[in-house]
Design a protein around this ligand. Structure first.
Ligand SMILES: *[C@@H]1O[C@H](CO)[C@@H](O)[C@H](O)[C@H]1NC(C)=O
Ligand SMILES: *[C@@H]1O[C@H](CO)[C@@H](O)[C@H](O)[C@H]1NC(C)=O
Ligand SMILES: *[C@@H]1O[C@H](CO)[C@@H](O)[C@H](O)[C@H]1NC(C)=O
Ligand SMILES: *[C@@H]1O[C@H](CO)[C@@H](O)[C@H](O)[C@H]1NC(C)=O
Ligand SMILES: *[C@@H]1O[C@H](CO)[C@@H](O)[C@H](O)[C@H]1NC(C)=O
Ligand SMILES: *[C@@H]1O[C@H](CO)[C@@H](O)[C@H](O)[C@H]1NC(C)=O
Length: 569
């Protein structure tokens, strides 16, 4: 074998390795649906891990452009692990030409907001004298350049903060919600973004609600809207909201939609702590979690078992961690999202608004970015979401056998075996070994003869080879079904828990009574179905199908590759 051949073979392997690394996780658009999963053109699951970026308030400009260049914001969205943005827009932006053709500068001037003008001039000079529609397109395009998928969300008709029960903008026929105008607007939006690859979906209307809401009109107009968008842009997913602020899709169970097309329909759900007022604070968290999960499964969660994707297109909390109602809800909510492996969109990216409900520079404590749109408000919150940014299962992901991972919502981590001993601690879910939850209720590490055991309350949980005793049978207990409980030799029940070092221990089961002051968060776990193998990453998109080798190879190797290609071409 000559020296050149040898080099060539080496190069060949190198290239294949590089190409596999760069191509494998990337998505080829458009998206469609396969039963309850959203999939790419190759049939591989794409998990939407989105963040909401608001562009529907009075100025009708994507928030934050006065604080940072849009490309920098888009890059940060990617670096925080999101692959998608739900970008909100008000109907009148596109149906009222005198609004859509306002320049960004004029739009702020007419509201008396002068600071954002200076800020946009400094950070995004290219859009300050663009029309509102052009500025909106520029944001979508910046996201596209950074391989971020976009869901265009018609949030309301009249620009402003949303949503009140009787705000006249909640249901078909309300003063600000003319169904014909809505169809016109959706059609224009679908046309405007036809051929823009990173626009993967349109959600037709946010949080339907109000005294006029009824299912007959829901079917009538949602079907019309869906057909209108689809006929204009057949490549995008159509996302439909339920009634009662997007809390109720129960009617789909008995009456499916009649559409002329298939494999593009997705439903959306909104679920916050405040969806139930302050009930998370005034009730025992175990009871609340059991009740709200039951409610959610009945009103929308059932859809995944019926063969429709369900996107939780809004959820969120006060990210400072100071709102007890939010904190309790989030532990329960993240368990459900993990268990059902749902697609989702966090509320919100926004660190501060130009103007919200009359306040200029409104600080958004539900926003992952700080007021200045630069620092992350709370990095531990982002870490907590990260396990849910990758799919646990779904078509085309890997050949790994179905197994369980043991997810701990209050940290976003999973139970892992410690490297040096048969003890356990929390760590990244991506590093989880596969668990088998057997019909005898033992939790075994697959491929070993080790199972999870409890020796004594207050000590670390262990992996032992003697499986099948009462202290190695684990049941999900409490009204939340999120405690993993076993019985010690003397008959005492204990629950899996996590101590302050992140080690997995057993303790007396917390908060099984109805005490509203008791927070069981540290003892809440979910056994999550997974086929993920450790190396499988999140669904990233790469809209450029040709890999630019100059970017992925060291420059000297690139020159070699180029010369080889030059010889053969
Ligand atoms: C368009 O918006 C402007 C400004 O809000 C308003 O005065 C006008 O009546 C609207 N036109 C239509 C046709 O709704
Ligand atoms: C949830 O629903 C199940 C099945 O209907 C029921 O057994 C359980 O009691 C419910 N949980 C709560 C907390 O209401
Ligand atoms: C971040 O969130 C955690 C958990 O909720 C909380 O304890 C911490 O104080 C928060 N940090 C900041 C800077 O808000
Ligand atoms: C998982 O447990 C079941 C018993 O419930 C057993 O039949 C099966 O072989 C186990 N699978 C693996 C891979 O250990
Ligand atoms: C069982 O043992 C635990 C110590 O691990 C002790 O706290 C508990 O009181 C004992 N229960 C009974 C019923 O003896
Ligand atoms: C997890 O997998 C088991 C075994 O296939 C199945 O019975 C169960 O319904 C699955 N759970 C979810 C939430 O999909």
């Amino acid at each position: 074998m000559g020296k050149f051949t040898c080099f060539f073979i080496l190069l060949h392997f190198l290239l294949i390795t590089i190409i596999i690394q760069h191509v494998k996780p990337s998505t080829s658009l458009p998206l469609s649906t396969n039963s309850r999963w959203i999939v790419d053109e190759k049939g591989r699951r794409v998990k939407l891990a989105c963040v909401n970026w608001v562009s529907h308030l009075e100025p009708m400009v994507a928030e934050g452009l006065s604080k940072r260049p849009m490309d920098a914001i888009a890059e940060q969205i990617v670096s925080l692990g999101f692959n998608c943005v739900r970008l909100t827009w008000p109907l009148f932006l596109i149906t009222n030409d005198s609004l859509g053709s306002l320049t960004v500068r004029r739009s702020f001037q007419r509201l008396g907001l002068l600071q954002p003008i200076a800020g946009i001039q400094a950070n995004n000079p290219s859009v300050i004298d663009a029309t509102l529609i052009e500025a909106f397109q520029a944001v979508v395009s910046s996201l596209g350049k950074n391989n971020v998928m976009v869901i265009l969300d018609n949030h309301l008709s009249k620009p402003g903060w949303c949503c009140g029960y009787s705000d006249g903008d909640g249901f078909f026929g309300d003063p600000n919600f003319n169904p014909d105008l809505w169809i016109t607007g959706l059609t224009r939006m679908a046309t405007l973004f036809k051929g823009v690859t990173n626009v993967v979906a349109m959600s037709l209307r946010n949080e339907l609600r109000g005294p006029k809401q009824n299912t007959n009109d829901w079917y009538r107009y949602m079907q019309k809207g869906a057909e209108a968008v689809h006929s204009e842009n057949p490549n995008i997913l159509i996302i439909l909201s339920g009634l009662n602020f997007d809390r109720d899709l129960s009617f789909i169970q008995t009456r499916p939609l009649t559409l002329t097309f298939s494999r593009r329909l997705v439903f959306e759900l909104h679920w916050y702590g405040f969806s139930d007022g302050d009930a998370w604070t005034t009730n025992s968290p175990n009871r609340m979690c059991g009740k709200t999960v039951n409610y959610t499964m009945k009103t929308s969660g059932f859809l995944v078992n019926t063969g429709y994707p369900l996107l939780v297109s809004e959820f969120g909390v006060d990210i400072r961690g100071t709102n007890v109602n939010d904190n309790r809800y989030l532990n329960c909510f993240l368990g459900v999202v993990a268990e059902l492996d749902l697609d989702w969109a966090l509320w919100t990216l926004v660190g501060s608004y130009y103007l919200r409900e009359g306040t200029a520079g409104f600080n958004e404590y539900y926003g992952i970015l700080n007021w200045n749109w630069i620092e992350v408000r709370n990095s531990s919150f982002i870490e907590r979401l990260s396990a849910l940014q990758s799919p646990f299962r779904g078509p085309g992901l890997s050949e790994t056998e179905l197994h369980k991972v043991i997810f701990h919502p209050s940290t976003g981590l999973c139970i892992l075996r410690k490297p040096s001993a048969n003890l356990l601690s929390l760590g990244p879910c991506a590093d989880s070994e596969p668990w088998n939850y057997s019909s005898e209720k033992t939790l075994e590490l697959k491929g070993t003869n080790l199972c999870l055991q409890a020796d004594e309350s207050g000590t670390m949980a262990k992996l032992e080879t003697v499986c099948g005793g009462s202290n190695s049978k684990w049941e999900t207990v409490s009204e939340s079904l999120m405690h993993l409980s076993t019985k010690l030799g003397n008959g005492t029940s204990v629950c899996l828990d996590v101590d302050s070092n992140g080690d997995v221990v057993v303790n007396g089961c917390k908060c099984l009574n109805q005490d509203s002051r008791c927070d069981p968060g540290s003892q809440w776990f979910k056994l999550v179905n997974s086929t993920r193998n450790g190396n499988e990453g999140r669904s990233t998109v790469d809209f450029g199908s040709i890999i630019d080798l100059r970017k992925v190879l060291p420059w000297n190797l690139w020159l070699n590759v180029k010369s080889v290609f030059d010889i053969f071409s």
